[in-house]
Design a protein around this ligand. Structure first.
Ligand code: KIV
Ligand code: ZN
Length: 498
């Protein structure tokens, strides 16, 4: 068996399904190009039949990217496959990812069908897709809860029908690592013709076992891992790319390699987090803010004597550059452009001029500008497309008084003003906002990112607002934390489905 593990990145499909994390086509192209630099083998670019936006993104990503295979998701339905074929027409290497649920509950409740009919539909879809492309991946949705004997029959049938890769998703994140590994081994041992296809892992993190399950699958014979940057994905997310790549780099004895250029991991993580407005938890392995921070005295002492005492990864190996130049008001355009490009953002001169102006404004308020700050500045023009914009905000607050806020909004160019009092400045400002925006909405989560580098730092606010049964994520950044909060709230509202 080959020692090479293929990395299939689904940040732009499974990852992008997270409510509120949707990217526009330009942003998806930016991520796709970064994934190419990172060295992934396959980019799952979208589910073309699901929306015109997804269709268009697959087309544009296919044009923008050269080396990785571009993959499009479909159900086991001819129309889906036809649309995917059309969306992939510009891809230099293309793959159709088709499939159907195979667990008893999917067969009974989702398809009102039976096991034999599901095999027939799976085989028909693979054969149909093979009429258009040479590379067809089949997914057995909810394979994690599919009985192994039946799963083996499905896998054997689709390989015979021409599947080149067979994906064994633990869709609900239910499996234990040993159980998932045993499933892959069972398939390797019992499927006739298994050597003609690659088995793939696709694990979800509902019980916090996505990476463990993926590794168990790989150690038992899978040679493709489906992953996302920062482990983003629906519910608790998918397996994170950076964890799998670094596990294999640290455990060279396993003899399994990937094509990942690990020094691109950190910039890619920052880019995805910033474009999707999805914060990375501080203690997240490999890419969290605290992943390499030693705070206890014993650890610090050991690390100072020899880093190997407590560090198994050199931060430089994942692209964390401690010697990174810090930007200040005296830094020029070239330094800003260079720093942005290290973080995966390449901008043209016109945009550079705009971002540089914002950079100088911020540098007036703040001594040192970090990578986080410039990523925020580079993404700030996303708000230009917003329908609802904050025009002004004034808040009076203090100890022993009720806060009062007055707010001005522009909605599709029309101006609105309102005022309200509240229990604190943010409450007053949001109440004033709600006087104008009369929609049913509830604030579900409100995180102000720790201002760790001085009182002049940009306050970053992440919010989750529920509206009409959906959750929306919003982000705001400002040196004034109340303004950042209102901007995050408005960012959520701008994403409401009409
Ligand atoms: O989790 C899953 O089962 C999936 C499939 C559509 C591949 O994402
Ligand atoms: Zn999935």
């Amino acid at each position: 068996m080959s020692d090479r593990l293929y990395i299939f990145d689904t940040t732009l499909r499974d990852g992008e399904q997270v409510p509120g994390c949707q990217l526009n086509t330009v942003e998806k192209i930016q991520v796709a190009r970064q994934l190419e630099q990172l060295g992934v083998d396959v980019i799952e670019a979208g589910f073309p039949i699901s929306s015109p936006g997804d269709f268009n993104s697959v087309i544009e990503i296919s044009k923008a990217v050269t080396w990785p295979t571009i993959c499009a998701l479909t159900r086991a339905v001819q129309k889906d496959i036809d649309v995917a074929v059309e969306a992939l027409k510009y891809a230099k290497r293309k793959r159709i990812h088709t499939g159907i649920g195979t667990s008893d509950s999917h067969i009974k409740y989702k398809f009102n069908s039976n096991r034999e009919e599901i095999i027939e539909r799976a085989v028909a879809a693979v054969k149909y897709a093979r009429r258009f492309v040479d590379d067809v991946e089949f997914y057995a949705e909810d394979a994690g809860r599919t009985e192994n004997e039946y799963l083996a029959r499905v896998v054997e049938a689709v390989i015979k029908a021409g599947a080149t890769v067979v994906n064994i998703p633990d869709t609900t994140g239910y499996c234990l690592p040993a159980e998932y590994g045993a499933k892959i081994k069972y398939l390797c041992d019992h499927v006739a013709g298994v050597e003609h296809a690659i088995l793939s892992t696709h694990c979800h993190n509902d019980l916090g076992m996505a990476t463990a399950n993926t590794m168990s699958g790989v150690l038992n014979g899978a040679r493709q891992a489906e992953v996302t940057i920062n482990g983003i994905g629906e519910r608790a997310g998918n397996t994170s790319l950076e964890e799998v790549a670094m596990i294999l780099k640290c455990h060279k004895g396993l003899g399994i390699t990937t094509n990942i250029n690990t020094t691109k991991i950190y910039p890619t993580s920052r880019m995805v987090s910033s474009l999707m407005n999805m914060p990375v938890q501080p203690n997240k392995a490999i890419v969290g803010r605290n992943a390499f921070a030693h705070s206890s005295g014993i650890h610090q002492d050991g690390v100072l004597k020899n880093v190997q005492t407590y560090e198994i990864i050199d931060p430089k190996d994942v692209g964390i550059d401690d010697n990174a130049i810090v930007l200040t008001a005296r830094s020029g355009r070239a330094a800003l452009k260079h720093r942005l490009s290290v973080n995966g953002v390449d901008i043209d001169d016109e945009k550079l001029d705009k971002v540089y102006q914002e950079f100088l404004n911020l540098a007036d308020k703040k001594k040192e500008i970090t990578d986080d700050d410039i990523l925020i500045l580079a993404g700030a023009d996303r708000a230009d497309l917003h329908n609802i914009k904050l025009e002004y905000l004034q808040v009076t607050t203090g100890k022993g008084v009720r806060s009062v806020a007055s707010i001005g909004l522009s909605i599709s160019g029309e101006k609105f003003e309102a005022a309200a009092t509240g229990n604190g400045p943010v409450d007053a400002a949001i109440k004033a906002l709600k006087v104008i925006i009369r929609r049913e909405m509830t604030l579900k989560e409100f995180t102000i990112q720790a201002i760790s580098k001085g009182s002049d730092d940009l306050g970053k606010v992440h919010m989750q607002v529920e509206h009409d049964g959906h959750l929306y994520y919003g982000f705001g950044a400002n040196t004034d934390i109340v303004t950042a909060s209102v901007e995050a709230y408005i960012d959520c509202i701008n994403k409401f489905k009409k």
